[in-house]
Design a protein. Structure first.
Length: 441
């Protein structure tokens, strides 16, 4: 009897193969998911880090706007005032779709907020990994990674303290440079300069490296003199030093001079291009004036306040004169108490005769700004000049018999006729604002 062997197909090898393939597939899928997640994490981290330079771009533009236009005249350069009382601006950065939104709160000191936006991973038109894909904008909305910072500011400190120049500073016929503090009764009387309370904080600073960069002659500088590298300070019968030195000595007191000046002189820009008025005639305090400048922005092609004419400033005003600004004879300018004037001049600034009367008695309420085209600044008025002048391309000459309280900055500075300059240390804050704090919010 022959017994036949029964055969059964159990597919054990096939099952083993399938199980092995499944395990390998799961492992590969898990690995791909891991790699994909890592890729997305790296891409998001890159986007997150890339947002900070975008944020900084917004902050820098806001600081630049504040530097040139202050916090009361922020509308130029497409900054718009919103219903929230903030000035707003947005700008696209680069070609990858990144952009920033920035705001400026117009207070003193200003507050800046800037938000940077960078395309998020897997967002339409955002590249991820080695495969670049785009999604039609009509099918999906781009998503962004964003970061926001709040920046508080403070006034920048001024490097000068009385007279500051790119080139030579010279005194002739005597003269004096010292300092006082209109905010400290120990160093002023009713906020005004008092020779009995003078300080030795005056500084004549020149970037020049030539011999005789600061020519003191017979003048007295209660403070210090600083030149550029290898520049020199020369005196005849004059002196540079503290009050004790100036009272009995001539020459330069040890420790009151240096040759390390290296000052930047930023250009002055046009303060506005629209949103201004032209001043007309009117009366103030019962007196008729040829020009009345109130609150806001004003412009005139040129001004010649000659004999019998007058101009009054009654509010917080910015006046832009592309041409010459001249006064002579009995013509005068009056800045009323409670008012302030920021005067921008493109041509010559020449004041003589009755001069400029600053009724506020505060130097920070009158500022003369010379644009690049302003090459001549001269003051020989009978009225004491209380204010500041910043004209980095101008030759500045001062011979006012009544002296000056404030600070002068120009290409060159010449003080003649025994004129005195009293630097108000309240003006230690220079033009513009710098960052005081930076916080991500």
């Amino acid at each position: 009897m022959k017994i036949e062997k029964q055969t059964q197909t159990r597919a054990s090898a096939l099952i083993l193969t399938l199980l092995t393939a499944t395990i390998i597939g799961i492992a590969l899928a898990s690995y791909l998911v891991l790699v994909n997640n890592q890729n997305l994490s790296v891409a998001r981290s890159l986007a997150w880090n890339s947002a900070i330079p975008v944020v900084e771009s917004g902050v820098e533009e806001a600081l630049t706007q504040i530097y040139y236009y202050g916090y009361t005249n922020l509308h130029p350069n497409n900054w718009t005032l919103g219903s929230d009382g903030l000035y707003h601006k947005s700008r696209v950065v680069g070609t990858d779709g990144s952009y920033w939104d920035a705001t400026i709160r117009p207070v003193n000191p200003p507050v800046i907020e800037s938000t940077g936006y960078v395309l998020a991973p897997l967002s339409p038109v955002a590249p991820v990994g080695m495969i670049l894909g785009t999604v039609d904008s009509g099918q999906s909305t781009a998503r962004y990674v964003s970061r926001k910072v709040r920046v508080t500011t403070r006034k920048a400190r001024s490097v000068g303290a009385g007279l500051t120049a790119k080139g030579k500073i010279s005194f002739s016929g005597g003269g004096l440079l010292d300092s006082f503090s209109s905010s400290d009764p120990a160093f002023s009387t009713n906020g005004k300069y008092d020779a009995a309370k003078r300080k030795s904080g005056g500084k004549a600073l020149s970037n020049s490296s030539i011999p005789d960069a600061i020519h003191v002659d017979s003048a007295h500088i209660y403070g210090s003199a600083v030149t550029g590298p290898d520049g020199t300070v020369t005196t005849s019968s004059g002196s540079v030093g503290d009050a004790g030195w100036n009272s009995v000595q001539t020459g330069v007191q040890s420790g009151h001079s240096a040759d390390d000046a290296n000052v930047d002189f930023p250009d002055v820009l046009v303060p506005f291009t629209d949103g201004y008025s032209t001043p007309g005639s009117g009366s103030y305090g019962g007196t008729n004036f040829n020009w009345v400048v109130g609150e806001g922005n004003y412009t005139m092609n040129s001004i010649n306040v000659s004999g019998g004419k007058s101009l009054v400033v009654t509010g917080k005003a910015v006046l832009y004169v592309p041409g010459d600004f001249l006064t002579s004879s009995t013509g005068f300018i009056y800045v009323a108490p409670g008012a302030s004037l920021q005067l921008y001049v493109g041509g010559k600034f020449v004041v003589s005769g009755s001069g400029i009367v600053n009724g506020t008695d505060r130097a920070d309420k009158l500022a003369v700004w010379g644009l690049n085209s302003c090459k001549t600044v001269s003051y020989s008025g009978n009225a004491e000049f209380i204010g500041t002048v910043y004209a980095p391309y101008a030759a500045f000459g001062f011979s006012g018999s009544a002296g000056a309280c404030g600070a002068f900055t120009a290409s060159t500075v010449s003080i003649s006729g025994g004129a005195s300059v009293h630097y108000d240390e309240v003006l230690t804050a220079g033009p513009g604002y710098i960052v005081a704090s930076w916080n991500e919010i």
